[in-house]
Ligand binder design. Structure first.
Ligand code: SAM
Length: 287
């Protein structure tokens, strides 16, 4: 199906980017659209009201969030079909990106309705370009699961992606997430981008091994993580890496297999070396 966004038929759904911190990061076009549409749907009306007040936008505002999207989607679709122009915004950045909106877009596309994007800031891509980590190719991951077992599974699934990966994370889960990344992915460069566009904006360029020792960080956080690379760093001590993995909960045999993969080494050879190392230090592998 081919749909021209600016044909003059029925209604339209605008996906409008809003600031990720600094109130001034909004386009002239976004303000114009928000002033002239028939209705704005917002993730949290209490948050959006401040932005709308700031720009003297008096358009009717209604909520559209994770918990009412099942029922609200069909209302929005009916409104567009009846000729209304609707804008969707989230609390920050682009709607749909780790925020509600995909359901409406999918449904609107299925119905042959017009959907148009009003671009602007998004935390992930803004962090990526300033991180100093290879910007392309990249994978946008968003939030990992909050449950550790699922998070570890997710990290295992993406372990060999050789793209830079963009994650969102809440400050209270940051340490656990970094520790899981380190245990599953091995050491990699990471840039922790915090409070973008706000007074305390900060970029911490580090690696996972050091990041797990950082003091607790506050605020909104994006993680830009280096992608998988075949290991060429001869400074990593394989015995120490195996011990670390065991400390993170791997069984000895699994730790050896994992370290062999991470360090691009022969597993049998590593097993032999690790056995010798253990025998010479404090016992054997089955301890
Ligand atoms: N839709 C938004 C976007 O386009 O970036 C993302 C919304 S998601 C619910 C919120 C997460 O985005 C935060 O937990 C944080 O990881 C990231 N984020 C949003 N604003 C940020 C900022 N100013 N600085 C750093 N990260 C931010």
């Amino acid at each position: 199906m081919r749909i021209r966004s600016f044909s003059n038929e029925q209604g339209i759904l605008y996906l409008v980017a809003t600031p990720i911190g600094n109130m001034q990061d909004i386009t002239l076009r976004a303000i114009e659209i928000l002033k002239t549409v028939d209705k704005i749907y917002a993730e949290d009306t209490r948050n959006s009201i401040n932005l709308l007040k700031h720009y003297n936008i008096t358009t009717h505002l209604e909520s559209y969030h994770e918990f009412n999207q099942e029922t609200k989607t069909s209302d929005v679709i009916d409104e567009i079909k009846s000729g209304k122009n609707i804008a969707l915004i989230s609390d920050a950045g682009l709607p749909v990106i780790s925020d509600p909106g995909y359901k409406i877009v999918k449904e609107a596309r299925k119905e042959g309705l017009r959907v148009s994007t009003i671009p602007g800031p998004s935390a992930g891509i803004s962090a990526l370009i300033a991180s100093g980590i290879a910007p392309m190719p990249y994978t946008f991951y968003g939030f990992l699961d909050s449950k550790q077992s699922k998070r570890i599974q997710e990290l295992n699934d993406i372990k060999y992606i050789n793209h830079t990966i963009i994650f969102y994370e809440a400050p209270h889960r940051l340490h656990d997430t970094l520790a899981d990344m380190y245990s599953v992915l091995g050491n990699r460069d990471i840039c922790i981008a915090r409070e973008l566009t706000k007074t305390f904006e900060e970029y911490i360029e580090t690696n996972l091994g050091d990041a797990i020792n950082l003091e607790p960080l506050k605020g909104e956080i994006v993680l830009i993580l280096e992608g998988y690379k075949e290991n060429t760093d001869t400074n990593i001590n394989p015995m120490e890496r195996i011990d670390e993995l065991i400390k993170f909960g791997y069984k000895p045999n699994e730790a050896i297999k994992e370290a062999a993969k991470q360090l691009n080494m022969d597993r049998k050879e590593l097993y032999k070396n690790y056995s010798n190392y253990k025998n010479s230090t404090r016992g054997n592998l089955n301890e």
